[in-house]
Ligand binder design. Structure first.
Ligand code: AHG
Ligand code: MN
Ligand code: MN
Length: 327
């Protein structure tokens, strides 16, 4: 987007921004716009639940486990319902891949889009009133609409995303997304019930001084990850780790930094999920001038073989990611 157009857009409501930029979509359809609006609407409902979680018995565990064996929190399940319902009602989605369900949800066969979603990211932070998020990826199906969906519709690599982004439920709630034409951030104004453009054409600083990693697991990091941590310490870099990927990523996007979740003894293939955590943030990072890798391969080039597959993840300022890969 050219500079003057962006400057004029500050403060514009999300709906209008989507409409004004609809011509950027590869398929110039109103359907992708509608999907983004559906996601925004569900996020407003989740925002409402998140802000009153302590008052209405929404904190805490549900006692069940999701497909990856993680304890499900009440808000995990609720957020999954909110997003699934909004996307199902809209009719544009033919399938939803979610962290919270073993298999994908088969929706409207006429729908042209497949959504991958982490409805509530950072759920261990719900009970302690710390920032949490939602992460989403949107793909266009490969098979002809009107037919049952196929594995090739579901297991697409990240480079095929047509839009992706996240919602951060932080000190304010923000929606940040890309359709492959840069990254824009919107801040939610709860009294008006609207998102407004607050962070146009976001760019990640190419170099940074913040590193985000769960250092408690350092004994089982590879030699190169340990060497990179030492490199950061030798230069008095700043360690910041919230434990909510969305929040850690967002801070590093604004300030310059690197987020690393490497292979560990507990999770030899990494902990984070390729399809509904890493791909979306990798797309946003690249669109903002940053970089995302599993240590060897570009995240967006990895061909998924499983809905819930995990990957080591290094994402952030380009020079930091390149350094981390070369030590
Ligand atoms: P989720 O709440 O969706 O399961 O994701 C948790 C993820 C991510 O948000 C965070 O960065 C990471 O797990 C934290 O893991 P550790 O507690 O192992 O550091
Ligand atoms: Mn997550
Ligand atoms: Mn989650």
């Amino acid at each position: 987007m050219e500079q003057s157009r962006i400057a004029q857009s500050i403060g514009i409501a999300l709906d209008r921004f989507i409409k004004n930029n609809q011509d950027q979509f590869q398929y110039a359809s109103g359907e992708l716009s509608q999907l983004l609006r559906d996601i925004a609407l569900a996020s407003k409902v989740v925002h409402r639940e998140v802000t009153k979680a302590g008052l209405v018995d929404l904190s805490g565990s549900l006692g069940s486990h999701n497909s990856a064996g993680d304890q499900q929190q009440k808000l995990d399940v609720l957020a999954n319902i909110r997003f699934t319902r909004a996307l199902a009602k809209g009719g544009e989605a033919c399938a939803i891949i979610s962290e919270e369900t073993e298999s994908y949800a088969d929706l409207n066969n006429d729908g042209k889009y497949v959504i991958a979603i982490d409805p509530l990211d950072g759920s261990s932070n719900i009970d302690v009133n710390v920032s949490i998020g939602t992460i989403f990826s949107i793909y266009r199906r490969k098979s002809e609409p009107g037919n049952p969906i196929t594995a090739s519709d579901i297991l697409q690599k990240g480079s095929e995303q047509v839009a992706a982004g996240y919602i951060l439920y932080g000190s304010s709630t923000m929606l940040v997304y890309t359709t492959g034409h840069g990254v824009n951030g919107f801040t939610y104004e709860p009294t008006l019930g609207e998102y407004f453009l607050s962070h146009p054409d976001m760019k990640m600083p190419v170099e940074g001084k913040i590193y985000s990693i769960n250092e408690g697991l350092a004994n089982s990091f590879s030699g190169s990850v340990q060497a990179y941590l030492q490199y950061c310490k030798d230069r008095n870099y700043t360690a910041r780790y919230i434990g909510s990927l969305v929040a850690d990523f967002h801070r590093n996007l604004l300030k310059g930094g690197i987020y690393i979740y490497p292979a560990t003894a507990k999770d030899p293939g990494g902990k984070l999920r390729l399809m509904y955590e890493c791909n979306a943030l990798a797309f946003v990072a690249e669109q903002a001038g940053g970089k995302a890798t599993d240590g060897k391969n570009r995240i967006l080039d990895i061909i998924p073989v499983d809905l819930h597959q995990r990957t080591p993840f290094l994402v952030g300022s380009t020079m930091m990611v390149e350094k981390a890969m070369s030590v």
